[in-house]
Every structure is written in C-alpha cells, then in structure tokens.
Design a binder for this molecule. Structure first.
Ligand code: ARG
Ligand code: ZN
Length: 857
C-alpha cells in the first residue's frame, strides 16, 4: 500500500491526554492506556475512531469505563465506532520485549527495557492514532522488579516514586509538553548516571544525566560535555532554551539508528555516547558531539515544532542536520567540517539522487516510512536550508528561524510553513526555490568562461539540467546560488566574492575591468548541492589548489584534478604531466606552514570511490579502485621523503583532544596510507611501530587499517592482539570486524565469510551486522568482486536478516540497487541477486519496497 502526500486528511479524533501504565517484565510487559479522545473540529466527522496497531492484540477495551461494543479489527488496526464528541477509551495490550528483534516499540537490550517509536513504533506498544499531528499530554506510570529495573525513566519530569513491598517499585513521569506518539519513550534497567547540571539563559537549573551500563561510566564525559555545549550553543546561535527540569540520555547497545530525540529522554546507540582516548577515534569523538547536538537540537526543531505528517520529515531532519553541522563547525574547524559534510553528501546522497530510490527532500509517496530516513531527507535537506542561509546571510536567516519558532511553536507543521517563515522573516522570495522541495535529482551545471579583450569583460555562461528521476521525467530549472571569485593570475588575488543566482536553464554573467582572462573559482564553500563542471584546465586547477583563499575551493580544485586523472587513466592510462602536477600540489600542501594539520589531512585525501563511480558510470569499480591505488602509490613514491618527515613530525606531538594534536593524528595515518601504497613492506614496519606505541585508538586503528590491507607477517598477530586487548568491549570489537571487512586485502570476501562464523558475530546486533556487512558492501574492491560473490553475500544476509530486523535489512538494498552504474557483466549479477530477494515469500514491507523500486525504475 502506498501512502500519498496529496491525500493528507486531518485526524477525525484527537487525543488530548493519555495515561500509560506499565507492568514491566522482559518476557511480558502489560500496558494499560487510558486516553481522552475528542472529536477534531477540523476533522471530517468520521464516527469511527481509527487506532493503529502492529503486532499487538486487544486484551481489554473499555469506553467510558464500560466494555466497548461494536469494535472490530481491520488488519492490525482497531476500529471503534463512537457517538458523541468526547470519551475515555481504555485499552490493555501485552508486549514481549525479549523477543522483539525488530527493535521498534518496546524491546529488551542487554537486560534492560527501552523503546523506539519513531516513526511508527508506538503502535507496537498500544493502539493509538499513531501519526505526528495528534499531540497529547502524557503521564506514565511504571512498576517493575526493583532488582531487574532499579532505574525507571520516561519523558518529562519524575513526579512520584514508591515501593510496593513485594520487591517491586514504581515511578510516575509527567510530561507537560504536548507531543506526538513517536516522541514517547521509556527506559527501565540497571543503569548508572554521569550527572551534571546546566543553567539556562533565563535561569532554569536543569539536571542532566547520561545513563549507561556500569562499566561504561568512565566513557561518558565527552557526551556530557557535548550536551552542555549544545545547550549553550542553541541559546546563542538560535535563541533556543531548554524547557524541562531534567534531561536524560540513555545509551543502548542494540539500536537500528544513531539516536532518538524523545522529549527529555534521548535514547542513543552506545556508539554515539561512549568515548575515551583508548577506545574511540577522533572521528568517533566527532560523531558523539554531532549526534548529541543533533538530538538535543531536535527539542526545538522536531519536538516543540513537530511534523504534520511523515512527508514533512525533512522539516525537522534537514533543519536539525544543518543545526548540528553549524554547531560542530563552531566547536572545531569550520572549513574542515564543511569539507567533511560535502564528502558525506557526495558519497551517500549523490548516488541516491541518481539511482532508483531517488526522491525529493519532501517525498510525494512512500510504502514504508522507515525507508525514507535517507541521506536525501537529512543531508540534502540540510543543504537546501543552508542555501537559504547563504542567500539571506546570517542575520536575516536568524530572523527567519526566530519567526518560524515563534509562529509554529506547539504545532505539527509542514515544510511549506518553514519556507513561508523564511520568506516573511528572512525577507527572501522563495517562490521558485520551492522546487528544491519538489524535484529530486542532483542538478548538473556547466560553466564556460569567455573573455572579450576589447571590453576587458569576462562572461560566465552557465547551463543547468536537473536529470530525470523515477516518477519525474521532466524538470524545471532551479534557482542555484553559486558563489564565485575571479582570480588574477599574476597576483593570485581576487576582487571579492559574488553570489550568482543561476535560475534558468541558461544564464550569463559579465564582469568588467579585466586585462587578461582570470582564473575562476566557482561554487565556493559548496554553496549549492550540484555537480558542477567548471571547465577549468589543469593549470587553473593547480593555480586554485595553491592560491584559493576559500579553503573548500582549494580542496575542491585538488579533488577535481585528481578526479580528472583517475577517470582519464581508466580510458587512456595515466597522464604523466597531470600526475606530476598532483604530486607537486600535494607536496606543496605538506610543506605549507599556513594550513593546520586538520586541513592538510583533508587536502591529502583522494576522492571516495562512490563519488568517482557517480561520474564514471557505467563503470568497472574494480578498475577504478586500482586506478586510485596506483595514483596513491605514485604520490607515495614521489613524496616519500616528505611523507616520512610528516609522519615523524606528527608522531612527536603528544596525545590531546586539541586541534593540533588531532590534526597530527590525521596526517599521520594519511601519510602511512600513501607510503603503504608505494612500498607496502617499508610502510608495514612503520605502521607496526605506530600500532605498538599507540596511546590512543586513532593511532592504533589507523595503523591496523593499513596493516589489515597488506600480507605482512604482523597482520594476523596484531589483529589478534587488538581483539585480545579489547575483548568484551562491543564497540571496539565492531571496529575489529570493520577493519577486516573494509581492508584492501584481496581475500576480504573469504575473511568476511569466516568472520560471520566467529563467536563474536551476531546477526541480532545492528552495529555488529553493519560493522561486518555494511563495511564490506562499501568496500568497492571486495563487494564488486567479478565473481558476484560479494553481491551474493549481501543478498544472503538480507534474506536472513529481513524476518528479524526488517529496517536494518532494507538498508542493504541500495548497494545492489546501484547496478545501473556498473558495467553490464556485474550489473547482471547484481540484478540477479535483487531478483532472488524479490522472489522470497513474506518479505517485509521495508525490503519489498526497496527491492521493487531498485528493479523497476
Ligand atoms: N529522529 C531520529 C534522528 O534523526 C532518527 C530516528 C529514526 N528511527 C527509525 N527507526 N527510523 O536522530
Ligand atoms: Zn534527527
């Protein structure tokens, strides 16, 4: 069944209040929900109350305290005919958390109970109008065995606790803020807290707690610091203040996604809470900070203002991703963060936007909403709002968001509401800009510069084309904000940045006062999420890589030069002159004392294979992979002495979480990677030394990553050492699996097969499944093994996982769904695996939708 955006109807009945009473047990939890239902004056007057259910049965149903009459089931849902305008409805359900392998609704994880309700998990707990435009006041009472569940948490404020005298105890939580059902949460278990407080700008003292299992407490300081920084930052950057007396974060080991913004009770994948120098990399630290911020920022962009329906998901996710990106940029390095975000967009969102699962940031239809928690909704959604920020400038943007928060506080809003607030508050005309919400596909833009000597005029000729995507064969031109600067070749300077709006299929812009053709730096800061072909020649790119004062643009020109070389070398072999220019430019990057090591690390990184594949399609991914390795080897050979000196300089900097020390660790591993490509044997000794002397996970993992890819004697010894050293620490054992599944070792597929039989592997834990199989699927050389074995392994996994955890299983389909980007032989093998999955009986709605779309389109 397909749900259509255009069919939205307001609910016929609202629920003003709900009281949930739980008798907790891992095997059996009883839930009694008492709702005050009221006819919606804006509804269609339907006499029947529609309550969604999923995998639950009615144990008892009362209307106004009398046995309900005339109710019926329509599939999983409960239909209750009602006369009059307001009633008390009481429904009892029995839940089985220990066998809930889908991790939606109420489930058990490591002996504790917790919930995940977004998007449609609340209906696995009780019968309810489980849609985000029904806002209710929640009171939760839970009772459970004190030894099994010493800690009892829910949304809002703890108002009462007590003992029952039989070894059980109870707690009542009250959430004064109206909320939709997807923000309900409950946690019960043996947890310990890292506690702190935060005083808000108006003087409210908030008790903060990060709840984890006993042994993990010492790894919670970074999460707590990130939370405090987020609370402060949202006050300063967006004027948003926290609105309860408590804020709780709970870490859970079994979780489908990163984390969840439940009101006052955020539930996190342990991966985004736990961090200490010994077990977490610098990247992991950034992940914790970013996700803690993201979930916290949802308190306003998501909770105080929620979504009217799930088609509006990007209203909260796109905006909140932008907010977390801005936060992380302010906490660290803004240009480095921008480069990282663009890399993620290109590697994850561009392929989605050009494939069978392409959808606008505000989709028009879905079969299973869980499939729409995508890079498009999140990351492209953030880019779209970032463009508004670029067009309005920071002050007017803030006026726009102030108006949005003010106007829609307490409502279930739409993307249109946001755009309108931006028009009114930020004083932007967004009439054409709304196309960014409607049209899928990454716009392809070309830029061609001409020079008129007699006029001293440069003209930039732009063209744009938005490619056809499933269901959208023809497109209209979009308004594309492109920041440019025109550099004088001799002085290496420019006369100021300009923001151009390319809003037609062709647009020209003329600039006067030039005596010779300038070098053009375009889409500086990546102002628009497009694929730009700026027709710069190699010399221009080399010039910009050396002179551009926009850090992103500088990075971008080097990336373009490398991309040109890699794509060209597949067809015609390496271009010696260009390879030399790349090595020289990278050498200059190593020597440049003006840039810090964090930025240096970015500049030395080659474009990802997924991004390259986008440009080369249909391509042989393994050939592309080899071309990339060859170029790395070339650079490693040419720059050997510089790279060794860099590695040694960086190795001398002691561990710290400051930018200098973090940058040192980044370039250290980067240098190792290039040296290894050039001379594996020599580099292996260096990597082994780095591993053995490592005081932290960044250095240790970096060294082991390099070693896992080469057939040196230390490889198996150090992998075993790593496992023994961190035995019992699930997040680090995840790394152990991922290091092997993602390595350059030609035997990766054999290893993955063997690792699936390892005692530490379990299909029940999503982090573990991802660490082995998602990593392999993203390892182009392994996944695209010409035998088709990589494809088969992923399809086998999907078939095995789908009945247990449909959401996680469906996330593997896009890898196979990219078959149109791959050369015909492999494409046929990929298709065959999709067809094998499609033929399986009883496929979940999640996997069914993704497979069908991947084959059709
Ligand atoms: N709203 C959450 C976040 O952005 C994601 C939850 C999605 N969960 C799911 N099961 N689809 O942090
Ligand atoms: Zn989110």
């Amino acid at each position: 069944a397909t749900t259509m955006r255009k069919n939205y109807q307001p609910p016929a009945w609202l629920v003003s209040e709900i009281r949930l009473e739980f008798e907790l047990g891992l095997e059996l939890t009883k839930c009694v929900a008492t709702m005050r239902v009221e006819r919606n004056p804006d509804g269609d007057g339907d006499q029947t109350l529609h309550l969604s259910g999923d995998n639950i049965a009615v144990m008892n149903l009362k209307v106004d305290d009398a046995d309900a009459e005339g109710w019926s089931m329509s599939g999983p849902n409960l239909l209750l005919p009602l006369s009059g305008d307001a009633h008390k409805v009481t429904v009892e359900t029995h839940l089985h958390p220990a066998t809930n392998s889908q991790l939606m609704g109420l489930f058990a994880s490591n002996g504790m109970l917790c919930t995940q309700c977004e998007a449609e998990g609340f209906r696995r707990i009780t019968f309810f109008p489980d849609r985000p435009d029904v806002l209710s006041r929640y009171t939760v009472r839970m009772t459970g065995d004190k030894a099994t569940f010493p800690v009892l948490l829910s949304n809002g404020n703890l108002v009462e606790t007590g003992e029952n005298g039989d070894g059980s105890h109870w707690a009542v939580w009250d959430d004064p803020w109206l909320k939709p059902s997807y923000l309900f949460a409950l946690v019960a278990g043996q947890l310990v807290a890292n506690r702190d407080t935060f005083t808000t700008m108006s003087g409210r003292k908030v008790d903060l707690a990060v709840w984890v299992r006993e042994g993990d407490l010492e790894r919670t300081d970074h999460a707590m610091r990130s939370l405090i920084n987020s609370m402060k930052w949202d006050e300063e950057a967006f004027g948003r203040e926290y609105d309860l007396d408590q804020f709780n974060i709970v870490a859970v080991a079994d979780f489908n996604m990163g984390a969840m913004e439940n009101k006052g009770l955020n539930i996190f994948n342990t991966r985004y809470v736990l961090a200490d120098p010994e077990t977490a990399t610098d990247g992991d630290y950034d992940g914790v900070e970013g996700v803690v911020g993201h979930e916290y920022f949802h308190n306003w962009s998501g909770n105080r203002i929620t979504c009217r329906d799930w088609f509006q998901l990007s209203l909260k996710e796109g905006f909140t991703v932008l907010r977390d990106q801005m936060f992380s940029a302010d906490m660290g390095s803004e240009p480095v963060k921008r480069i990282e975000d663009v890399r993620v967009l290109r590697a994850a969102q561009f392929p989605e936007d050009s494939g069978p699962l392409a959808h606008p940031i505000r989709p028009d239809s879905y079969q299973e909403i869980s499939n729409f928690y995508t890079a498009t909704i999140y990351n492209k959604g953030a880019e779209v709002i970032r463009m508004m920020h670029t067009m309005a400038g920071p002050e007017r943007f803030r006026e726009g968001t102030d108006l949005y928060f003010d106007r829609h506080d307490g409502e279930a809003a739409t993307c249109e509401d946001f755009v309108k607030s931006m028009e009114d508050g930020a004083k932007l005309d967004l009439s054409q800009f709304r196309l960014w919400y409607e049209q899928a596909g990454t716009p392809k833009v070309t830029m061609h510069a001409t020079f008129d000597q007699s006029e001293g005029a440069v003209t930039l000729h732009f063209t744009q084309k938005v490619p056809a995507t499933p269901g959208q064969p023809t497109k209209q031109p979009m308004p594309i904000p492109i920041k440019v600067a025109l550099f004088d070749r001799d002085s290496g300077t420019h006369g100021g940045e300009q923001l151009l709006m390319v809003d037609k299929s062709k647009a020209d812009f003329t600039f006067k006062g030039f005596t010779r053709p300038p070098v053009i730096s375009a889409n500086r800061g990546f102002t628009a999420p497009i694929q730009l072909d700026a027709e710069n020649n190699d010399d221009d790119l080399v010039f910009l890589a050396a002179h551009d004062d926009d850090a992103f643009a500088r990075y971008e020109s080097l990336q373009q030069l490398v991309t040109r070389e890699l794509l060209g070398s597949i067809e015609n072999g390496p271009d010696e002159k260009r390879r030399g220019a790349i090595a020289d430019a990278m050498g200059a990057v190593i020597d440049d004392a003006q840039i810090d090591d964090l930025m240096r690390g970015e500049l030395l990184m080659l474009p990802t294979l997924t991004f390259l594949l986008e440009l080369a399609a249909p391509a042989d991914p393994v050939a592309l992979h080899h071309a990339r390795e060859r170029l790395k080897a070339h650079i490693g050979l040419r720059l050997r002495d510089k790279l060794i000196a860099l590695h040694e300089r960086a190795s001398a900097i002691p561990y710290g979480l400051d930018a200098r020390a973090r940058g040192a660790r980044k370039v250290k591993t980067q240098a190792l990677v290039m040296l290894t490509a050039a001379d594996p044997k020599e580099a292996a000794a260096r990597a082994e030394a780095q591993y053995r002397s490592a005081t932290n996970m960044t250095d240790r993992q970096g060294a082991l990553m390099v070693l896992a890819g080469i057939g040196c004697p230390a490889r198996s010894e150090l992998l075993a050492d790593f496992h023994a050293r961190f035995d019992g620490n699930a997040l680090v054992i995840d790394k152990w699996f991922a290091l092997q599944a993602g390595s350059l070792d030609p035997k990766v597929l054999d290893r993955v097969e063997a690792l699936a039989q390892h005692a530490d592997f379990t299909i029940k834990n999503p982090n573990r499944v991802r660490s082995l199989y998602m990593t392999m699927a993203g390892n182009m050389a392994a996944f695209h093994d010409e035998s088709g074995r990589g494809y088969r392994m992923i399809a086998d996994l999907v078939l095995q996982l789908d009945p247990l955890n449909a959401q996680t299983a469906a996330r593997f389909i896009p890898w196979l769904g990219r078959w149109r980007k791959i050369e015909p032989k492999r494409a046929a093998l990929m298709r065959a695996e999709l067809e094998r999955i499609a033929a399986a009986p009883d496929l979940s709605k999640d996997t069914r939708e993704q497979v069908t779309k991947s084959l059709d389109a």
